[in-house]
Design a protein around this ligand. Structure first.
Ligand SMILES: NC(=O)c1ccc[n+]([C@@H]2O[C@H](COP(=O)([O-])OP(=O)(O)OC[C@H]3O[C@@H](n4cnc5c(N)ncnc54)[C@H](OP(=O)(O)O)[C@@H]3O)[C@@H](O)[C@H]2O)c1
Length: 292
């Protein structure tokens, strides 16, 4: 039995779809779900629904019964970052207790100088989780996933076609943006083929792209000029506050913008291409699909 955690989320639901596309029978797939009302669409497909919460080890020990391999999708907890670390450690502990043989864990791309970056806490949560996973004595595969191309949409804003401006403090920083769905496909290829035990993969795109280029691609797709403006962080915060953006989101935008400016996600690599057996979707292709 293969179990997918975070099965109600974007990544998890795509991962389940890829398992089914690969011909894995629904009865050989289990999904970890935390809310009872989310179970129906999965059980309608014949998938085993297992109730469990990352905050509750016992619920997961029960949920992981009979599971041989699992995809542990990192927690999306919005509270202090330590919550996420605890969630991952809980899930790994439960997997060990339930005798799971192999865990594929979705981590995040990491540069050597990450400890001095705007995403240091976020990265350290993955560092701690990876360390715990490596030491517990279960086969593991760590997927250091790049930043999702879908995040570009949040950073440029819903109204970019109307305003004609991208306001984001990423300066000239580049990132090796990847399509979430392709990361899910790669994760399933790892889970369903041999030879990935105790390996760490950097899953990013073949070419990194900055916001000048993103603005150009959006301009071409819309047939109308869109410019890029990278304000200093204090000005950016003040603009968002004036627009009524909640503090939590301002913090997140500043964190990601600064990390892109620092080059923390600029990590070109062809491992994803190898796992997919084709070139990953480029930022230009993604933008064309959204804005044309
Ligand atoms: N690489 C990137 O650029 C990037 C960007 C954003 C996030 N991420 C990470 O990648 C993960 C997957 O992305 P996504 O887009 O699929 O996120 P998502 O749509 O928010 O899905 C997160 C999943 O985790 C589940 N979950 C959260 N807290 C849980 C808990 N306490 N117990 C059990 N399940 C829990 C959610 O369940 P519910 O449906 O019950 O909430 C949901 O199924 C995120 O969780 C985050 O760690 C990466």
């Amino acid at each position: 039995m293969i179990l997918i955690t975070g099965a109600t989320g974007n990544f998890g639901s795509k991962a389940i779809q890829h398992l089914l596309n690969k011909g894995i029978a629904a009865k050989g797939i289990a999904a970890l779900v935390r809310n009872r009302e989310d179970t129906q669409p999965l059980s309608d497909q014949g998938i085993h629904v297992r109730m469990g919460d990352y905050a509750d080890v016992d619920s997961m020990i029960k949920a992981f019964e009979g599971v041989e391999k699992m995809l542990l999708i990192s927690s999306s907890d919005r509270g202090p970052v330590e919550n996420r670390t605890k969630h991952h450690i809980n899930a790994i502990t439960a997997a060990k207790e339930a005798n799971v043989k192999h865990i594929v864990y979705t981590s995040f791309v990491r540069k050597p100088d990450h400890e001095d970056s705007a995403i240091a806490d976020f990265e350290n949560s993955h560092v701690e989780s990876e360390k715990f996973l490596k030491e517990i004595g279960i086969d593991y595969t760590i997927l250091q996933n790049g930043i999702y191309q879908e995040m570009i949409l949040a950073f440029v804003g819903e109204k970019v076609a109307e305003t004609g401006t991208i306001l984001f403090p990423a300066a000239e920083g580049k990132a090796s943006w990847v399509l979430r769905e392709e990361l899910a496909e790669a994760a399933i290829n790892v889970l369903t083929t041999e030879g990935h035990e105790n390996k760490t993969y950097n899953l990013t795109n073949n070419a990194s792209v900055d916001f000048e280029k993103i603005a150009r691609y959006i301009s071409e797709a819309l047939g109308r000029e869109v410019g890029y403006n990278s304000p200093d962080v204090e000005k950016f915060k003040a603009t968002l506050e004036k627009a009524g953006v909640p503090d939590m989101y301002i913090g997140m935008f500043v964190m990601w913008g600064t990390a892109v400016a620092e080059g923390m996600m600029d990590a070109e690599d062809t491992t994803l291409e190898s796992l997919l057996g084709r070139k990953p979707t480029t930022v230009k292709q993604f933008i064309d699909q959204i804005y044309r």
